[in-house]
Write a protein that binds this ligand. Sequence first.
Ligand SMILES: Nc1ncnc2c1ncn2[C@@H]1O[C@H](COP(=O)(O)OP(=O)(O)OP(=O)(O)O)[C@@H](O)[C@H]1O
Ligand SMILES: [Mg+2]
Length: 485
Amino acid sequence: MFPEKVINILLIEDEEYDVRRVRNTIKPFSKTINIRNVISNGRLALDALAAEKDAFDIIIMDFQIAGGLMGEQLIREIKKIDPTFQIIVITKMTMNLADYNFANSLMMAGAFWYCTKYPGDIEEYIYQPTDFFLSIINAYQKRVLENEQSKANSKILRSIEETLSQKPIIGNSPSIITLRHQIEKCAESDASVLISGYSGTGKELVAVNIHNRSKRRLENFVPINCGSIPNELIESELFGYEKGSFTGATSAKLGLFELANHGTIFLDEIGELPLNAQVKLLRVIQEGELEKIGRREPIKVDVRLISASNKNLEKEVEEKRFREDLYYRLNVIPVFVSPLRDRPDDVPMLSEYFLGQFSVDMGRVKPVITPEAMSVLQYAPWKGNVRELKNVMQRLLFLDEKVITKELMQKAVGLQVGQQSSSGGGILNLSELQEPIVLRDLERIVRQRYIEYIRSSSSSDAEASKKLGLAPPNYHRMCKELGIK
Ligand SMILES: Nc1ncnc2c1ncn2[C@@H]1O[C@H](COP(=O)(O)OP(=O)(O)OP(=O)(O)O)[C@@H](O)[C@H]1O
Ligand SMILES: [Mg+2]
């Protein structure tokens, strides 16, 4: 239990007599504990700590010292310099063993410990030597742990900052400025957020931004697409099950809610959640606990809910496909992400951003978009919103042109089959192919574009999968394979 390193102490004490007693009390442990400095004034002590943060591990301080800055105020100031400093308070007031309020106020200020047992030999020792020694060792171990934790946390924070900088919300239109403001507000609170908006407007991006800016950012962000899980599996996915709870349950399964404990769960396409799962979800929100299949006692969870839908949920409620009580619970803070056609001013910034990203990824020179071509881009119908714009930018890079003219842009945007659908053509113009490609690749392009087209004209993934005659899980798998989401 003795640490390998010597524990360095700053002693804040203004009475010679007490300094001597402290020294004497820890004398038998001098190989482990070293009083590196003794300072009799609060301000000077803070200066010394700030100047040499790593030189001290533990602070032992008298509660009352001369010079003004002392007691709880001094404790708070020390903690501000480094919250991992551990402070042991010595004071004659601790003689009063039943003074819980005093004890409490020291702990609330941030003290690690204060000594209560008075020694037999009051002339020689400040406290019972073994108790004193143990509290120093414990304080030191806590400091080491907190240091490790804070290092790990700052590592996670750095990676979150990286994620955030990789996932910026581009745009300066009034609606995006309002959206950024709403994200800030949502991040400050723990209330449930319901994000609505058409497909591809950036709902998931908003959810990730809220989580990564909230106090839960060091915990998990667990996204789940409610439309992609077969009805009969949704409960076990969300809430998990115990081993042996049904035939085939050969091991216990952790539900997504447990995985998201203390973090955020993102319920995408919430409108697709079957009614039986809606009841269970309501219970989790109301009671803060979930019922796991095969388990008697409920499990407590603390999860922040962000949901998203491109369906009109109010209509779903009216038509009794979505529970009204659940709707109100989810929609505490409504956030609407506006469609791209309502913010053409964002198009130049977004397209430059995506073009820049793809050209780096693909190792190509970023082409220049002429003003006329940009104007085509700004006023295209954008049924698939930002996702569609992103796809168009990727397609433009494949053209390998230095300058994107109006004609090239019209072609690229026109290839968004949604526009040409009335004529029935446009999924693939064979003149697009610079050279012959194998049939499998051609099939892939056709599948990709047709699914994109159907998606852009559907109000939800569930509707799109129905139109395509695919079971939702197959549909989602196919989208993933084709890189559509
Ligand atoms: N304002 C924006 N700035 C940068 N990238 C954006 C922006 N909006 C959307 N995107 C990008 O567009 C793509 C689609 O966004 P996202 O998946 O968040 O949309 P969605 O609303 O969840 O779509 P769906 O309804 O189809 O699930 C993502 O790659 C996302 O990063
Ligand atoms: Mg989404």
